[in-house]
Design a protein around this ligand. Structure first.
Ligand SMILES: Cc1cc2nc3c(=O)[nH]c(=O)nc-3n(C[C@H](O)[C@H](O)[C@H](O)COP(=O)(O)O)c2cc1C
Length: 359
């Protein structure tokens, strides 16, 4: 019910989004949307791509006198710092583990400049729409916090992670890598700088935690809440895995160890533990929703790699242009945005089916 269409390519005129189905009368400003875009923009620290873009958002429609009108909301970010020449070689050669070959095979045509449509610049539209979704949710007391939990093998210790209080935005933004555990953050930053200096890249895991979602969101059986969250996260460029609650580690436990016992708290059912990650039967149960998203090492690296050209001949390619040695710090606001979009959509669907007639 709350839908978005993103559009634009890395080196085209700009990128953006059309948000359809947004409730009217939500107060929203370009500054609020810009604040979220600033968290994903390139050039924000010395461990991300140095491409220097302000990513300034323009709201073209759907907002009048500071409030949404219920009409489609179109938002535009013009591309500014383009160096298409840096990608000339990629017109002919397929970058290993990037989208070049697959786009060519599917469409028979592609905008090779900066990865075109497969560039992570596409996610600007998601973050702009996510800012609106977050504002809707915050009016309902829902807060979403994503952070970097692991870079390569450097992880927030499991005991710290599992007992960590809900982090504040300031704790997450305190380090350039967006890891709220200071000692781990420092080691992560060091590692990212090391691999970048070597022309290489690393991946890792983002954890997302959501507070304040009421019981009842999710549409069994195909649009289970965790299924829609998984799809949202796996639709992100470079994401390779999704797990909710106990995830893959839960498979090591017995049922007696794994079950979340029900306890009565102030007369309300709560769970003593939260291995379900806040979702049971595809429906939120009122506990914290938490999940992990795995991101691979950035495909474009500054080292020679074997590849094939458009004519099928074996060749070599060394990455050029400006790239993220690790996509995770900039992916944090993108993960939060996708979570917000899924939750707003499910909230509206829940109300449409179960709230309209009040039988
Ligand atoms: C925030 C963010 C930044 C990214 N930056 C780069 C980059 O600088 N260079 C690159 O090769 N890939 C980058 N990627 C990943 C590519 O967009 C992605 O690998 C590519 O579209 C192929 O898709 P796939 O990895 O999901 O198969 C980034 C991804 C995200 C989420």
């Amino acid at each position: 019910m709350f839908t978005i269409t993103t559009w634009g390519e890395s080196h085209g005129a700009g990128v953006g989004v059309v948000v359809d189905g947004c409730p009217p009368l939500l107060p929203i400003t370009a500054e609020e949307i810009q604040a979220e875009l600033d968290r994903r923009r390139p050039g924000q620290s010395d461990i991300v791509t140095p491409r220097n873009e302000a990513d300034a958002v323009e709201i073209l429609s759907g907002v009048f006198e500071g409030k949404t009108t219920g009409a489609p909301i179109a938002m535009l970010v013009r591309n500014a710092d383009q160096r298409p020449g840096a990608y000339d070689e990629m017109r002919e050669k397929f970058r290993p583990s990037h989208a070049d070959f697959a786009y060519q095979a599917k469409y028979g045509a592609r905008d090779h400049r900066g990865g075109g449509r497969s560039s992570a610049r596409e996610t600007i539209g998601r973050v702009a729409a996510g800012a609106i979704a977050k504002k809707l949710l915050s009016a309902k007391g829902v807060e979403i916090r994503a952070f970097v939990a692991r870079v390569q093998d450097l992880a927030i210790p499991e005991t710290v992670l599992s007992e960590m209080p809900f982090p504040s935005p300031a704790q997450i933004e305190a380090s350039a890598v967006r890891c709220p555990h200071a000692a781990t953050a420092e080691a992560m930053i060091e590692r990212i700088k090391e691999v970048r200096a070597a022309g290489d890249s690393v991946g890792g895991v983002i954890r997302c935690r959501v507070h304040g979602v009421p019981a009842g969101l999710g549409e069994p059986v195909f649009d289970r809440l965790e299924a829609d969250l998984a799809k949202a996260m796996l639709s992100l460029p470079a994401s390779k895995g999704f797990e909710i609650g106990s995830g893959f580690a839960g498979t090591l436990l017995k049922g007696s160890e794994h079950n979340d016992a029900w306890i009565s708290q102030d007369g309300k059912p709560r769970t003593a533990t939260n291995r379900s990650g806040g979702v049971q039967g595809g429906i939120s149960n009122g506990e914290e929703i938490f999940f992990n998203v795995a991101f691979k090492p950035t495909a474009t690296i500054m080292l020679p790699q074997k590849t094939v050209d458009a004519r099928g001949a074996q060749t070599e390619l060394t990455g050029r242009g400006r790239h993220d040695p690790c996509v995770l710090p900039r992916a944090v606001p993108i993960v939060e945005s996708m979570a917000a979009l899924v939750l707003v959509d499910h909230w509206m669907r829940q109300n449409a089916q179960c709230g309209t007639f009040q039988l």
